[in-house]
Design a protein around this ligand. Structure first.
Ligand code: FES
Length: 126
């Protein structure tokens, strides 16, 4: 079963979904992993408290970039308040494999950027 998830991760890394930039995003947050310099930028459009569009950009290891790609697909249509509650387990569920402590920072880099961006938005655009 792990093999399937590994293949999915590699596929997202090689063919990232929703990679690029949005036109006038409501949320734009850039973060880096200080240990390796890898980076992720998250952009979201929000309407009535719901994510209506999402994109990421970045460069780095397979886990960090696949995690961002999978996350962008998953969060469209989700209420921001629900997303704010997202944690480590939600990301690990998406990735579907056991992640050791060394790679955990890679997996969680996009979540860090996402949450920082979400908490920085004071008001939901109508
Ligand atoms: Fe840099 Fe994974 S090695 S985020």
């Amino acid at each position: 079963m792990d093999q399937l998830y590994r293949e999915a991760i590699l596929d997202h890394y090689k063919h990232p979904r929703r990679k690029g930039h949005l036109h006038e995003p409501h949320i734009h947050y850039h973060d880096t992993n200080p240990f390796c310099g890898d980076e992720v930028t998250i952009e979201l459009k929000v309407e009535n408290g719901v994510v209506i569009d999402a994109a990421f950009d970045g460069r780095g290891c397979a886990i960090s970039q696949a995690s961002a790609s999978m996350m962008m697909e998953e969060i469209i249509g989700m209420p921001v308040e629900e997303l704010k509650q997202w944690g480590k387990e939600d990301v690990l569920d998406l990735l579907g494999i056991e992640i050791g402590p060394v790679r955990l920072k890679c997996a969680l880099l996009p979540l860090k950027a996402l949450k920082a961006g979400l908490w920085g938005l004071d008001e939901w655009p109508e």
